[in-house]
Design a protein around this ligand. Structure first.
Ligand SMILES: [Zn+2]
Length: 218
């Protein structure tokens, strides 16, 4: 168990050092040999995550062990583990260039870089879903059985792997390729959230994050 925890902490620190996340963004998990999931806690900077912060949940989402609250995006992780017996690790981040493509144009649809085609395939852009709600895993359902990398519209990216190193490398590769594609093609029109998407986000602010409606959105 200690080795699995040590490994997850190592990659938490890597995603922060590489600026794939800011503040308390992002969440990482891996599947333990007994079938339970080791996952990062909610509200913790990934650069500061320590072994004692990690939480164990069951494949259906109940907390098994740990003192904090599991990541609010644990539903994304559970969807992947429930649908992919071949996958044992999930990384969710907000890397800058991958996130830019998620709000403008999914340039991964274009066959451009041969090594990216071979390793990531045609990375899908999942429909927008309110963070922390079932909308987010639902938006990934059409692709979950086929793809190992996902762009989440107006949000960020998810990658998976047979182990945490592979899931992390896919995130690194996705961001590197996104930077190349964006530099070559530039951005397009920015997609902004609709009125009803904003309303749902404000509901989630209270229900999932326990925060007041932010300045300017009251
Ligand atoms: Zn996120």
């Amino acid at each position: 168990m200690f080795l699995y925890k040590k490994e997850l902490v190592k990659f938490c620190h890597k995603v922060y050092e590489n600026k794939f996340v800011a503040a308390t963004d992002g969440n990482l998990s891996l599947r333990l040999p007994d079938g339970n999931i080791l996952i990062t806690p909610s509200g913790k900077n990934k650069g500061d995550v320590a072994i004692e912060d990690l939480i164990i949940i069951s494949e259906s989402g109940e907390k098994v062990n740990g003192t904090g609250k599991p990541s609010s995006e644990n539903k994304i992780h559970l969807l992947i583990y429930q649908n992919r017996p071949d996958i044992n690790a999930v990384v969710h981040c907000h890397p800058v260039y991958a996130s830019v493509l998620s709000i403008t144009k999914n340039l991964f649809e274009l066959p451009v870089l041969p090594e990216v085609i071979l390793t990531l395939g045609k990375v899908p852009l999942c429909e927008y879903g309110t963070p922390s709600t079932e909308e987010l895993p639902n938006s990934m359902k059409p692709y979950v059985k086929k793809s190992n990398a996902f762009l989440l519209k107006n949000h960020g990216a998810v990658t998976t792997g047979k182990n945490i190193e592979e899931a992390y490398f896919r995130m690194e590769k996705l961001e590197h390729a996104a930077q190349i594609l964006f530099t070559a093609f530039g951005g397009g029109k920015i997609n902004t959230l609709t009125g009803s998407e904003l309303e749902k986000l404000m509901a989630a602010a209270k229900d999932s994050y326990g925060i007041d409606i932010p300045f300017g959105y009251k």
